[in-house]
Design a protein around this ligand. Structure first.
Ligand code: BMA
Length: 318
């Protein structure tokens, strides 16, 4: 078994892979786990981030309100399936990721400014009080995702330079910082794949959850987009990155690992979207639970293991 380097989470949500199921990621049979019914002012609650916190779990949730404002709220859970969301907005914006580094929980998200979207960064230790840091770079950028430890003395963050619209292009870059304030040493990591060999990721890609450290490298789950007659379709892939120079991609899935196929992934405010923003992973068992937005409307959960993903990416690599 490949090893996850990280904490044990013995109460990680889990269901075994269904008998006869052929693919590396399978859905929770109680999906969706979060809907607009979780908050009276919500139009939709999706693309959200969770982490272990105390004896349970905490999260930052993307809520599009009933005025269609985009805000982030906190939430708490003892089992990581049933969530109690607060009605306090912590920031405007969308697509939060949460990353624990040296006892602080860092939030990176798509912050809205008059000049376009930027990567906002803030941290908390208690999910009550937040300290906002300098924005990481200038507009327009999205999908800012931190690595969970310093690498060779640098904090590292992936991001995806964008435009002010629905961005018909997009590649992943890695930036480095000594202090979480000044970012530089930018490196290209990987881009949309031009060609039929892997058309599901031919328009744009973006980092998903915080990467998982393994004894074989960083395991990254990301989203890939294709343009169809009916608009964009968002699917999930994964890649294995070099442990010391994570802009070096060792393997990357040719086939996707998950696509919108259920009713709650294919119907909603934006149909045909699965958008992963967080995982929980258990170093003892290799289990990984993925949290993902479904059709920009509700939040779902899916399961895999470190071996399922590593075997799949090696056997199906571009
Ligand atoms: C992206 C982001 C995501 C969203 C996706 C599909 O550009 O805005 O929040 O899930 O589009 O609409």
């Amino acid at each position: 078994m490949a090893k996850i380097i990280g904490r044990e989470i013995n109460n990680i949500p889990w269901q075994d892979k269904p008998e006869g199921y052929q693919y590396p990621v399978w859905r929770y049979d109680g999906n969706p786990i979060i809907t607009r019914d979780n908050l009276f002012f919500a139009n939709s609650i999706f693309n959200s981030a969770v982490v272990p916190f105390g004896d349970g779990f905490a999260g930052v949730f993307r809520v599009d309100t009933r005025t269609r404002d985009q805000v982030l709220v906190t939430g708490f859970s003892s089992d990581a399936i049933n969530w109690k969301l607060t009605d306090k907005y912590i920031f405007d914006g969308y697509d939060p990721r949460l990353c624990e580094i040296e006892g602080k929980y860092y939030l990176s998200w798509v912050k809205l400014t008059v000049h376009g979207t930027v990567i906002g960064i803030a941290y908390t230790t208690d999910f009550e009080n937040w300290t906002e840091l300098e924005e990481a770079g200038y507009p327009v950028s999205r999908n800012g995702v931190l690595f969970p430890r310093k690498i060779n003395g640098y904090y590292m963050m992936m991001s995806r330079p964008s435009d002010t619209g629905h961005t018909p292009f997009g590649d992943i870059f890695v930036s480095q910082s000594k202090d979480m304030e000044f970012w530089g040493h930018h490196r290209y990591m990987m881009g949309a794949y031009k060609g039929d060999a892997s058309a599901w990721q031919s328009t744009k890609i973006g980092a998903g959850p915080v990467p998982i450290e393994t004894d074989e490298g960083w395991l990254l789950i990301y989203h890939g987009v294709i343009t169809t007659c009916n608009g964009y379709v968002y699917r999930m892939g994964c890649a294995l990155l070099d442990i010391d120079e994570p802009w070096k991609v060792k393997y990357r899935t040719k086939d996707y690992i998950m696509a919108p196929i259920t009713q709650y992934e294919c119907m909603g405010d934006v149909p045909n979207v699965v958008f992963p923003c967080a995982t929980l992973s258990d170093a003892a068992t290799g289990r990984i639970t993925i949290y993902y937005g479904c059709a920009d409307t509700v939040t779902g959960m899916a399961f895999t293991t470190v071996d399922e993903l590593l075997n799949y990416v090696k056997e199906n690599s571009l």
